[in-house]
Each structure stands twice: as C-alpha cells, then as structure tokens.
Design a binder for this molecule. Structure first.
Ligand code: HAM
Length: 424
C-alpha cells in the first residue's frame, strides 16, 4: 500500500490539481511579500521549526487552544520536550533575546515566511501545517508603529488585488483594564451559565474573553447585553486607539471597530486587528495581529513593547483564486530544442547552455522519443518556439525556428539563435 501525506497537510507542487497548491502561485505571492517587506524596512528572520515547549506555554499561554489542544509535542533523544512551532511571535522573541538584538538598535522590524503547526480539526482553510507571512516590530509603542504594520498588510492585499476584505480593529486596553473587564464579563456570564454552549462554559473558567468570539447563536444572544470591553478601557489606551484610527484614516485604510474582537492568543494587549476575506467560508481570517507589550519580558527578555501580525499564505492564495484575481501563469520556455541523433544532442546541449547564460528560458528534449511525441510535449509545456536539429541542420549551420502560436517558420544561422531570441 502506498503511503500518503498525513491528514491536514499538503504538498506544494507545479500545476497542482488543487490550484492553490501550485508552486508558481506561492512563488508569486512570496515574491511580492519580500518586495514589500523590503520597501517597508522589515528584515527577514528565520527561526527553527521546533523549540522547547515551555516557550509557547509561557509565551502564548496555557489556556489558549493553540497550546492546550493543538501543539505537536515530542520528546527528543535527550529527553527534552519540544514543540513544532505553532506560531511565530514567541519564537522571534526567543531569538531576539538570545541574540541581544536590543543592544544593536532601538527598533527592530522583522519578518518571516514560515510553516506553523497546529493539530486542528482539518477542514477547508484550516490545516495542520500552514504557512504565515508574519512581522514583528519590537522597540516602540506608538500608533505610528502599529499603523505601519497594518498598512504593510493592507498594501500587500491591495497589491495582490484582493477585493472584499475588511479590517476589524479593537483595543484590549492595558493589563489592569482588561482584568476589570474580565471580572465584569465573568459576573455577567455566570448568571447565564446554564444557557451558554459547552465550550463557553469551559471558557468561563479558563479564558472568558474568548467567549466573545463564540459563533454559537445562543451565546451571541447572551452577549448582546454583556459588558463592553470598550467601556472598561483605561484613558491612555482609549487615546492611543483613537490615534491609531486617525492614522488609518490618513492612510485611507477603511476599518471597522469590532468591540468583540479579542484574538486567540494570551499575549495581546492594546490594539488588536484582523482582516477577513469575503471569499472564504467560515475560516475567513486572512491575517491578524496586535500589540503584545509584556511578552518579551515574560519570556525572559528586556521590557520592550512589540506589535505584529501573521497572515496565512493558504488563505491569501485561495482568496486570489476565488476572486479570479489572475496571477501570472507559469512562464513557458522561449524555445524548445529537439535534437535528432547523438551529434545534434551535443550541439543542442551546448546551445541550451548559451541560451540560459543569456537569461533565455530554454528547454531541450532528452527523451529521444518519436518526433510527434516530442512535439506534443513541447506543446503541452507551452514552448513559444521549437527547432528540430538533425544532420542536415548541423552541416548547413542553418536552422528553422517555428513559432508555436502562429505556425510561422524562420530560417536563421545556428550561431545567431541567441541574438535572434534576445531581440524578439
Ligand atoms: P493567528 O491569528 O493564530 O495569529 O494566525 C495568523 C493567521 O494565520 C490567521 O489569520 C490565518 O490566516 C492563518 N492561520 C492560522 N491558523 C491556521 C490554520 N490552521 N490553517 C490555515 N491558516 C491558518 C498568530 O499566529 C500570531 N502569531 C500573529 C501575530 C504575530 N501577532 C503578533 N505578531
């Protein structure tokens, strides 16, 4: 019996049957991400795909779903408990501390494109290995820094041509105001305990703020009259939030204040945000993030503020395809060389090398199958032109170049093929 990929993971291959798994789309999106990250002054960081488990339990929070239910953990041969990285922020904090980056510059703007691992219920848009474009901006707590990050994400989506996307934004306030709100929320929800969904009843004890996110209809009804996070905000957080909203307006980024947006990770405080896509089903968050000012200290580093986001590449590409925002297809070769016989093979191989050294996309037949089969293959890969080179062509030093779209043939000198294609 053949071995298949485990549930919830997928391969990224050329021209995949599931279009969003096609590698050229991933290359295209990653190329634009790298270009934009560089324009915005973010530098790449790569951390290992596994870390000590306590980094995530301490950083992301024991009560979060990611840590309590979804982590892939294993014991290594030295008896240490490791976890496959479920998210990027804690890992970046660990690297930041280990390399004492704070001593090098007051502000660090880092980005990553990396796989994350979560043992979630596999379904459309939710995978056990997914890939995030993430940024972390560490050093200053300023509305300008927050909006710089949001603007980068928004610009990426715009540059990719995504339509029907909504930026939701909220403030969780500082630690004290969040604690007050939590108390008020628990008091209120406890009086409706029996009517809450099972999940929310559990969350009432471990992570009551997450109940605000509940999709359960009855929960939502109960939440209508629940205390509002916004009414419990401390003054500084309120002013900060208003400044962020003002800057978003200045940048012409439309937003929607979503008072129930709390995000699923414990490290957030202050501004949080999420961007949803109307083209996706229930898993409609294409990106989300927020401020996490106490996190670096909590995992053993200096007390520096930070903000960042993560955006799932799978969901970005699925949105692109659903909206038919056609990204460029695979680039076909400019020429396909078909040698007949051993001597011609050697000549073609040298020519192939010349063409490629001159940055011309060229392919050559290595199969030596019947000519009609080879022609079929050249057609299938979309070669723009072909040339068949046999004894005759070698003797005369002349070849015929056939344009596959028009069927037109031109006769040129073998030595002029590179300059001919360059000028085309
Ligand atoms: P997150 O909201 O857990 O945040 O994930 C960020 C994004 O990753 C989501 O909006 C979604 O697009 C994608 N994503 C998450 N889980 C899955 C999954 N199972 N399958 C497919 N896509 C998924 C974080 O991870 C934070 N570290 C983001 C952050 C960085 N906050 C501050 N800095």
């Amino acid at each position: 019996m053949s071995i298949t990929a485990p549930p919830g993971v997928f391969d990224i291959i050329p021209n995949a049957a599931e279009a969003w798994q096609s590698s050229h789309l991933w290359n295209y999106v990653e190329g634009i991400i790298r270009e934009l990250a560089s324009i915005y002054g973010f530098h790449e960081i790569r951390t290992p795909i596994f870390e000590r488990v306590e980094l995530f339990s301490r950083g992301v929070g024991e009560s979060t779903d990611i840590v309590s239910k979804e982590m892939y953990t294993f014991e290594d041969r030295g008896g240490r408990i490791m976890a496959l990285r479920p998210e990027g922020t804690a890992a970046v904090m660990r690297a930041f501390i280990e390399h004492q980056l704070n001593q090098k510059s007051p502000l660090h703007k880092l980005f990553y494109i990396a796989p994350m691992f979560r043992y979630e219920r596999a379904q459309a848009g939710r995978y056990r290995q997914h890939h995030q474009f993430g940024v972390e901006s560490i050093g200053y707590a300023s509305p300008y820094v927050d909006v710089e990050a949001i603007d980068l994400l928004w610009s990426l989506y715009k540059k990719l041509g995504l339509k029907n996307i909504t930026l939701h934004i909220n403030s969780l306030g500082d630690t004290a105001s969040r604690a007050h709100f939590r108390e008020a929320l628990v008091d209120y929800l406890s009086t409706h305990r029996q009517d809450l969904s099972k999940d929310s009843q559990n969350r009432l004890i471990v992570n009551p703020l997450r109940i605000l996110d509940s999709k359960d209809a009855k929960d939502q009804e109960i939440l209508i009259a629940a205390p509002k996070l916004f009414d419990h905000l401390d003054d500084a957080s309120r002013v900060y939030f208003e400044n962020v909203c003002g800057l978003l307006k200045d940048c012409q980024i439309p937003y929607q204040i979503s008072p129930k947006l709390v995000r699923g990770l414990d490290y957030y405080n202050g501004v949080v945000f999420e961007i949803t896509s109307g083209a996706l089903g229930s898993q409609n968050s294409i990106g989300g993030g927020g401020r996490y000012d106490g996190l670096l200290k909590q995992v053993g580093g200096p007390d520096l503020p930070g903000i960042g986001f993560g955006s799932g590449l799978e969901r970005i590409i699925q949105t692109l395809l659903a909206q038919e925002t056609a990204p460029p297809a695979l680039q076909p070769p400019a020429i396909f060389l078909i040698p007949l016989g051993e001597e011609a093979q050697k000549t073609c191989f040298k020519l192939l090398n010349d063409l490629r050294n001159n940055s011309i996309k060229a392919e050559m037949d290595f199969s030596q199958r019947k000519l009609n089969k080879v022609m079929q293959y050249a057609n299938q890969i979309g070669a723009k032109s072909i040339t068949v080179i046999g004894e005759n062509e070698l003797q005369k030093g002349q070849i015929q170049l056939k344009d596959m779209a028009t069927g037109e043939r031109v006769e040129i000198n073998l030595s002029q093929i590179v300059s001919f294609l360059q000028n085309k």
